[in-house]
Design a protein around this ligand. Structure first.
Ligand SMILES: C[S@@+](CC[C@H](N)C(=O)[O-])C[C@H]1O[C@@H](n2cnc3c(N)ncnc32)[C@H](O)[C@@H]1O
Length: 366
């Protein structure tokens, strides 16, 4: 039997040529695994076994995590809002459960990123915006890391958590953040509409910010519920100070030649078909779409470094500081939790680079 793991990007060579974009330009931004189909061949019994694992996964989610009953729609802001209003009180427990507790480690990495920024830039004060902050778990871990590094003894820390959902914010506001020299503030806002030149809210309800308001922006498991990720990245580019850092972490589909190893009896084996099949047929529809109102976020990691902004006669874009994709172990040590983390820095770019990035984005229909 055959299973095709379809490419995510289908860029027309002809159109690229017309725009003067070479294959070398594209290779800088898009790795091969996004651009080619991968074909898997396997026996009938193996497929049946995969379908059985899928069935167990679906039953497990249904029984223990009680997802919403309605079928996923277009995952627009109203639908995502309904999911998180329903999930707010049980969010922490469910999120720890679906990630086998790894989510706390991921959130600490956001804290590490803020600490690294402080060490590199030695500011007197640091301002951090956590997008799609939910119940505030990421800000809590950022506080712990900054306190454990004694950073809070050296500088004032202002943390803002932004979310669209009042029920999630309600839980965040009740959490005690008892750290000296750390100010936390939670605001209602739309991550797709972060910036306004005067920092004023358009409707008196959703917060917006002036250009260059923050040193670091973090977004942990926050981009998958957003139907226009590019608008989020453009807003982040505007509200970050020059040299500011953006930390983005979420799921990333398995990369067929970078598969995790699984212990079976006394051997470590790679099972690429197992990983890609369960991710496409199980993780995306059952866990991401149904339970969390989420999409596959893989392409967002490749769109972010292409976003740029013209401010007067200056051009701004992002420089990649680090990118990691890992096939992490889920329950029973199964390699079913592919996750990625990207850290970029706001940097001045040339007009030529800005034009090139805009053209590449247009090839993606963005
Ligand atoms: C999976 S939770 C993540 C929460 C938190 N970052 C964490 O690490 O636990 C996703 C959050 O994104 C929020 N969200 C979704 N779309 C949003 C938008 N357009 N603007 C602001 N928040 C949004 C949801 O309300 C929800 O609280």
């Amino acid at each position: 039997m055959q299973y095709i793991y379809k490419k995510l990007l289908d860029i027309s060579e002809e159109k690229a040529k017309e725009l003067g974009i070479t294959s070398e330009d594209l290779a800088l931004y898009f790795p091969d695994h996004l651009m080619i189909d991968v074909e898997f061949k396997s026996g009938y019994l193996k497929f049946k076994l995969l379908e059985f694992v899928l069935f167990l996964l679906a039953m497990g989610v249904k029984t223990f995590l009680l997802p919403r009953k309605d079928q996923p729609g277009s995952l627009d802001i109203e639908e995502v809002e309904r999911v998180y209003t329903r999930e707010a009180l049980g969010y922490d427990r469910k999120h720890h459960f679906t990630t086998r507790g790894q989510d706390t480690i991921w959130r600490r990495k956001a804290g590490e990123a803020v600490a690294a920024y402080c060490q590199k830039n030695q500011p007197n004060e640091i301002t951090v915006l956590d997008l799609c902050t939910g119940t505030g778990l990421t800000l809590l871990e950022i506080c712990k890391i900054l306190a454990s590094r004694n950073i809070t003894k050296r500088l004032n820390v202002c943390l803002t958590g932004l979310d669209y959902n009042r029920s999630m914010l309600g839980v965040a506001e009740k959490r005690p953040y008892l750290f000296a020299n750390i100010l936390t503030d939670f605001v209602k806002g739309n991550a797709m509409d972060l910036y306004s030149p005067d920092g004023k809210s358009a409707d008196g309800e959703n917060s917006r910010f002036k250009a260059e308001s923050f040193d670091v922006v973090t977004q942990m498991c926050g981009i998958g519920g957003i139907n226009d990720p590019k608008s989020v990245f453009e807003g982040v580019l505007k509200v970050l100070k020059p040299g500011g850092h953006f930390f983005l972490a979420d799921m990333h589909r398995p990369i067929p030649n970078l598969i995790g190893e699984l212990p079976i009896i006394n051997k470590w084996v790679e099972m690429p078909l197992f990983e890609v099949f369960i991710y496409e047929k199980g993780t995306i529809p059952i866990v991401l779409n149904q339970l969390w109102g989420w999409r596959d976020t893989t392409l967002d990691f490749y769109i972010l470094p292409l976003v740029s902004w013209q401010d007067g006669n200056q051009f701004w874009g992002f420089k990649i500081l680090s990118f990691e994709e890992e096939s992490l172990r889920w329950w029973l040590s199964m390699t079913l939790m592919p996750y990625a983390k990207l850290i970029v820095e706001k940097t001045e770019i040339t007009k030529e680079e800005h034009d090139k990035r805009q053209k590449i984005l247009s090839l993606l229909g963005k």
